[in-house]
Design a protein around this ligand. Structure first.
Ligand code: ADP
Ligand code: MG
Length: 737
């Protein structure tokens, strides 16, 4: 057996693929394959499974036969491999006779690195015999969960693959899947007959994905708001039925948003065209049922929206997993409405097999818990896959990145609770909101609820508002639904404390719930380096060139270069080949094919905007060492980045769409973290001296810097925020002394 040196492996990684280092587990898998072992690897979507077989395929003598489930996507896979300079081909019904001949010849001459084929090929005796005449380095089975009936995507064609180990006893088999359940994993190993395989189970954590749940109210409006924040970005919107897919796609189209529907009720041709357009960035958004997604390798999907409640966590994870394969920040938003629970339960009830129904019900329950719990989404998600992800702050979900603003809602809560109490804890949310706003419904007249003291006490607010309060009360476990099939709201003991005024109730501010999410997708990352700004106008130009080149070669744009590569170019402004080759994703082959075009764009851009490169450099975050025990979430760092760019408080309030008090809160935390903030940016010396005087004269002990006495003493000249802001610098001064 041939021995491979680390240098060989590393050099292919950088020169062919253009990557500086392996992602977790890639190297061990590559080595196991090179050693001739069977492999079974469970890695999340975007984990980089392709490289695990493509790299050895390049190094080893003979062809690597890749089994992949969807013929329609094989062309993209082949193109992507070819653009990296690998010799790849496919033999399936879609290719021309000429191409078939070329590939046949390459195979006979042992020139091909990768041969992509569909599983049903192994049902053909003829095909197997032909393969036997060739030198096969190893087999790679992609999407291997398709062989398991337990998996969410069973394909009977895959069963033919159990023949491989019998027909080719001396050829190694490497199987890959992103499906996480242990049952499916065992099943795959058994059915493929893997022989003492090297086993890899990567973490399912996707650090670049930001998870968020928003209460669903007026979905269309919420989607439009959401998309306004994601202008021009590729994304998928999942809906639970074909009808809803069509309705949402139409709604978006009529609002001038580039969107196309995708579901199993459409003709193959039309569906394929939609997928193709999405893949090539010719259409921005795909609105789809869960039929969409498997095997789509589009790496620059920047967001995945679930506009309806998914059936289970596994599905939710797989679907959100399609975002951000390139490792760049991406956003996963679930619009969660209580009415969806009822609908999903309805689907579940239609399952005939009792056991299957119980499982489905339990899975749905877990999904609901994930959506309504006020605890870290990432922790819950990973726990589902048996992973103990312990962190006090994942920095990548709406719960952990605390830029919600909370407001006191004790009085509205009391109104809701009293309505529940007065109606004898026998009604659901819809009826209760109607009582609160004083609606004149049949049901209200029937139960004489118009005579209750609570009737109409909430007229000043909308039904949606009351719905939000009810949802907040449920999620904080102050009221609860006893039986999910009969959504009647009941009071807990906690509720009585609030009713009697012994306890306060807080909820997140409305605008957050309404979907006007101000958290940019930057929050999706917890790496300082990713917060480095890049030139947006240059990025746009690079994108145009990418599209143009992709069109010329008839491949999807992300195959030419990933978003990550373009971001880095727009940040580093490479001026020469050496610098460009340093950029992530630029390998020798791609460099030769596209390098000069991209260098030319950078050069032209720099001539037109001579200051931009310097601006980007100076606005990028300085290298600061943040104490390890201090968690600074990206939202703080974003503020910090703006401070470094010289923004005033008011400008930041505008730009980040956060309250002044929140921004000041960020500054306080940044100050505590020991990050350098220049006092001159916020105070002229006289003002600070004046504030210090108020503190000293009102507070006694200066070190305490009590806000209230100082603000009161100033008689309207100092507000709380300014006092807090001043305190950051005054405290520092004291600690320096
Ligand atoms: P999977 O099949 O596991 O979902 P892919 O093989 O499609 O993932 O890879 C996802 C993305 O990650 C691709 O854009 C790929 O170019 C990129 N990638 C793979 N390996 C690396 C690496 N070592 N460094 C950086 N990016 C990588
Ligand atoms: Mg893959």
């Amino acid at each position: 057996m041939q021995h491979y040196h680390s240098e060989q492996i590393d050099s292919i990684l950088s020169s062919v693929f253009g990557f500086r280092s392996f992602r977790p587990h890639q190297e061990e898998i590559v080595r196991a394959i090179l050693e001739g072992r069977d492999v079974f690897a469970v890695m999340p979507t975007g984990g980089g499974k392709s490289l695990c077989y493509q790299l050895p395929a390049r190094l080893m003598d003979g062809v690597c036969v890749v089994v992949s489930p969807l013929i329609s996507l094989m062309k993209d896979q082949v193109d992507a491999a070819r653009i990296n300079g690998l010799n790849a081909g496919t033999l399936n019904s879609t290719i021309s006779a000429t191409e078939k001949n070329e590939i046949g010849a390459a195979l006979r001459q042992n020139m091909l690195d990768l041969l992509y084929i569909s599983p049903e090929r192994f049902n053909s005796e003829h095909f197997i015999e032909r393969l036997k005449t060739l030198k096969v380095a190893f087999f790679a089975v992609d999407e291997a969960h398709c062989i398991s009936e337990w998996g969410h995507d069973f394909r009977p064609d895959y069963l033919a693959l159990s023949k491989i180990v019998h027909e080719f006893p001396s050829v190694p088999v490497a199987a890959f899947t992103a499906t996480a359940t242990p049952q499916v994993a065992n099943d795959i190993v058994t059915r493929l007959g893997l022989r003492n395989p090297h086993l890899t189970r990567a973490s399912f954590n996707r650090p670049n994905l930001f998870y968020r749940v928003i209460m669903k109210q007026n979905l269309d409006e919420q989607l439009r708001d959401f998309l306004a924040d994601h202008a021009g970005e590729s994304g998928i919107i999942y809906r639970s039925s074909r009808k809803k897919v069509d309705a949402t796609a139409e709604m978006l189209q009529s609002n001038g948003i580039s969107a196309r529907p995708y579901h199993a009720g459409m003709s193959d041709v039309y569906r394929h065209a939609a997928q193709e357009a999405f893949s090539r960035d010719e259409c921005q958004i795909i609105v789809a049922t869960i039929a969409f997604g498997m095997g789509i390798d589009k790496s620059n999907v920047r967001f995945v929206v679930h506009a309806d409640l998914p059936k289970n966590i596994e599905g939710y994870y797989q679907e959100t997993g399609r975002a951000g394969r390139d490792g760049e920040p991406a956003d996963c938003t679930l619009f969660f409405g209580r009415q969806d629970i009822v609908q999903q339960l309805h689907f579940v009830d239609e399952i005939e097999d009792g056991h299957a129904r119980d499982i489905a019900k339990e899975q749905l329950r877990q999904m609901i818990r994930l959506a309504e719990h006020n605890s870290c989404r990432r922790v819950m998600l990973l726990k589902y896959f048996g992973e103990d992800f312990s962190t006090s702050n994942c920095n990548g979900c709406d719960i952990c990145v605390d830029d919600h603003e909370w407001e006191d809602a004790t009085i509205p809560a009391q109104k809701v609770l009293s309505a529940i109490h007065r109606t004898k804890e026998s009604f659901g949310a819809v009826h209760l909101t109607e009582v609160l706003v004083g609606a004149n419904t049949e049901k209200i007249r029937q139960f004489k609820h118009n005579l209750l003291p609570t009737y109409g006490v909430g007229k000043d607010k909308s039904k949606n508002y009351w719905r939000t309060v009810i949802d907040a009360l449920i999620s904080q476990k102050i009221i609860f639904v006893e039986n999910p099939t009969l959504p009647i709201l009941k009071l807990t003991e906690e509720a009585w404390f609030i009713l009697r005024g012994q306890k306060k109730f807080q909820m997140m501010k409305q605008e957050i719930h309404s979907g006007k999410t101000k958290t940019s997708s930057l929050s999706a990352t917890n790496q300082l380096s990713d917060l480095m700004p890049f030139s947006k106008p240059l990025f746009e130009r690079l994108r145009e060139i990418r599209t143009e080149l992709a069109k010329a070669e008839n491949v999807p744009p992300y195959v030419v270069f990933s978003d990550r590569t373009l971001h880095e170019i727009a940040r580093d402004f490479p001026r020469n080949p050496e610098e460009l080759l340093q950029i992530h994703g630029v390998g020798q082959h791609k460099f030769e094919a596209y390098g000069s075009r991209f260098l030319a764009v950078v050069k032209e851009f720099c001539e037109q905007y001579p200051d931009e490169a310097a601006n980007i450099k100076s606005s990028s975050l300085p290298l600061v060492s943040v104490p390890a025990n201090l968690t600074l979430t990206p939202t703080y760092l974003e503020t910090y980045s703006l401070i470094r760019q010289g923004r005033t408080i008011d400008e930041m309030v505008k730009e980040r769409n956060l309250a002044r008090s929140t921004i000041v809160g960020h500054l306080e935390k940044l100050g505590e973290a020991g990050l350098e903030i220049s006092v001159d940016q916020f105070f002229v010396p006289e003002r600070l001296a004046q504030i210090e005087k108020w503190f000293r004269e009102s507070g006694g002990e200066t070190e305490n810097f009590l806000l209230k006495p100082a603000v009161e003493l100033s008689a309207g000249q100092l507000d709380y925020e300014e006092a807090r802001l001043a305190r950051i610098f005054l405290r520092k001064r004291i600690s320096k002394k």
